[in-house]
Design a protein around this ligand. Sequence first.
Ligand SMILES: Nc1ncnc2c1ncn2[C@@H]1O[C@H](COP(=O)(O)OP(=O)(O)OP(=O)(O)O)[C@@H](O)[C@H]1O
Length: 284
Amino acid sequence: MTCLLRLHDVTHRFGKVLALDGLSLSVPEGAIYGFLGRNGAGKTTTLRVLMGLTPPDAGRIELFGEEIRAVPVRLKRHIGFVPQEPHFYPWMTAVQLGRFVGDFYPTWDDAEYRRLLRRLDIPTDRKASAMSGGTRTKLSLALAFAPRPPLLLLDEPTTGLDPVARREFNDQLIELQREQGTTVMFSSHLVGEVEQVAHAVGIIQAGSARFEGTVDSLRAQVRRVVGLDEATEASWLERVRGDVFRADEAAWRANVLPPGAVAERLGLEDIFLAFARTDEVRAT
Ligand SMILES: Nc1ncnc2c1ncn2[C@@H]1O[C@H](COP(=O)(O)OP(=O)(O)OP(=O)(O)O)[C@@H](O)[C@H]1O
């Protein structure tokens, strides 16, 4: 698997708050990578590091095959970004915004931008201030895809959209990603959404990666062990450490559980909840 982007042990502090705590992750080239974490887990800080807006205190970044400490402007030009809440000059129309944003990108493709506006049903002559939230979010997608960036970062882009608009947005993201072959990193705290769009998933908690892999491997590997009595639980959990919670199929079948215990399969929602409550899952 070729990775377009890797973070190694990246740390960032805001004063006393340790926002990123030795974060390591790998984003496969050409995939949609769902970056899942609770509020405050460190998703936005990670994306800001990748946009070159927040230089990390420590750690290494590998991006487009280069190893760097912080993301320089020349690489930023090859990264598209869709923010949580897009802010446009309210008096500009979609066409005017295209001209404005296009000036920042040497690879801006105006014909592609016009095609995207038509495709996403975005009015060309209406001011941004008169667009609905859903249309503004789609506009930020068109602006992000028009320069055909090899890497696109989306920071909880569907926040504030109703379920229908969210589904439409995500369907369009999947289609455009497929057409252009873009590598996409998509942050969200909505498990169902990540399940819908992502080929690979990274779960971040308190600034550290807790899991990385495909959605299927996440389902196959993570289980909740029930049926342990208190005395067994303490010694057994100590003995097996994290392995059993992240074992492969064969290890599960090899019956590593103590008598009476059962390893339950979980839905993705429950897996995420289990990761969020550190005491239930001993991973990594
Ligand atoms: N500018 C800042 N100054 C101080 N602390 C900050 C700042 N930005 C973020 N933090 C803190 O860093 C941690 C990570 O925040 P971050 O915004 O990256 O999380 P997030 O996963 O994106 O959360 P959300 O889903 O709520 O957007 C949090 O504890 C947050 O309070």
